[in-house]
Design a protein around this ligand. Sequence first.
Ligand code: HEM
Ligand code: HEM
Length: 156
Amino acid sequence: MSPELSTSVKYWLNFFHPVLMWVLLVFSIYAAYLGLQVQRTRNAQGEEKKELIKGRYNLRHYQIGSILLALMVTGAIGGMAVTYINNGKLFVQPHLLAGLGMTSLIAFSAALSPYMQKGANWARATHILINFTLLGLFAWQAVTGVQIVQRILTKA
Ligand code: HEM
Ligand code: HEM
């Protein structure tokens, strides 16, 4: 048997994942904005293109994307860890399944990076499709996530 965590530590652990994920939702929207600027830069011509290149959107998008990848994987595992610590089990519910799905999707999406950088259009199209699906699932996770928070608050 592992040493027991105090009840209040267990309780407060519940808020770590929801807060982190809301921050990540904002990061994702910012990543989407930067990604669309990458696309705009690639399609622009002349003076406009020169101006857009100065924004270094490809670099900034890759950096934000990498942070998002790391924190989403850790955040999802963290959510499962806290659920297990508090309940001794996981709940096979939409939030768990969509969360695991998102974690796999972002791994695939990030793994396309070297191919996109070599200019492969299939990689870009797949990356965009995966990530807008990811954003849709994220909105859904925010709704079901807040419902779980409400349940935790009324239980306490
Ligand atoms: C919400 C998440 C994300 C969205 C909506 C998104 C969207 C996009 C879009 C629209 C493009 C432009 C493709 C084009 O040139 O037509 C792009 C490119 C790219 N994305 Fe993402 N992306 C996301 C996350 C990520 C992640 C997690 C990574 C890697 C860690 C990543 C790495 C890249 C790279 C390397 C490119 C190519 C940039 C270049 O052309 O140099 N993205 N993304
Ligand atoms: C956007 C706002 C989100 C909120 C408010 C939220 C809220 C929660 C809450 C309250 C829990 C219970 C565990 C705990 O108290 O820490 C939980 C569990 C979980 N969350 Fe989230 N979450 C959100 C987004 C996400 C996202 C984006 C993912 C995946 C990428 C995710 C994956 C999970 C997983 C896998 C669990 C474990 C569920 C289980 O085993 O029953 N969540 N979430």
